[in-house]
Design a protein around this ligand. Structure first.
Ligand SMILES: [Fe+2]
Length: 183
């Protein structure tokens, strides 16, 4: 279940309907998939082979196609990050810089967790969407954001794209963002 933390006030939003409403008001799509659909042998497995990635896509095929149809996504794949990922530290540093894309950034978390920090309306400012298995989010195109892992540093997620080239990160310098804001 996702949790929202508004960084400038520290306010937390935890109830599923309130999370959904909050994100909808920020233009961010949020839905829940049944993480229990993940085959038992792949639960808590973070170093996944190409065959296992196919198995994950197969397990969520219906949900992927439904979301793709609604939002025009045409490609999807699986990304996994863990201590087994070469250059994990470097990758995370790169992820942790505010950026935008010319395409939506869609992630369905199937194992582990991760946080998207997203620039909301001027009234809200930056907020964290802390995502767990079963949480699905679409950060709209051109919305400043970045992604971090939680302390366990493990995630497996399905990504959906309109066009893979749209996922190039454009750095976004934001004087309004303060790293020291409450997390
Ligand atoms: Fe991104």
């Amino acid at each position: 279940m996702a949790e929202i933390v508004i960084r400038k006030t520290g306010e937390k939003i935890q109830d599923e309907e309130r999370v959904k409403d909050f994100l909808a008001r920020q233009g961010v799509l949020y839905e829940r998939w049944d993480a229990g659909k993940l085959p038992a042998g792949l639960r808590e497995k973070y170093n996944v082979s190409e065959e296992e990635k196919e198995e994950i896509l197969h397990a969520f095929d219906q949900e992927i196609r439904s979301l793709a149809e609604r939002n025009g996504y045409v490609k999807w794949d699986v990304i996994s990050l863990s201590e087994a990922t070469p250059n994990l530290e470097e990758l995370l540093k790169k992820f942790e810089q505010i950026h935008t894309h010319s395409d939506d950034e869609v992630r369905a978390i199937v194992s582990g967790n991760g946080t998207f920090t997203i620039k909301g309306t001027s009234e809200i400012g930056y907020f964290n969407a802390v995502l767990q298995a079963g949480d699905v989010i679409s950060v709209p195109k051109n919305t400043p954001h970045f992604f971090t892992l939680l302390e366990n540093r493990k995630v497996v997620a399905i990504r959906l794209f309109i066009d893979q080239s749209g996922w190039i990160a454009h750095p976004y310098e934001d004087p309004e963002f303060q790293v020291t804001e409450s997390k």
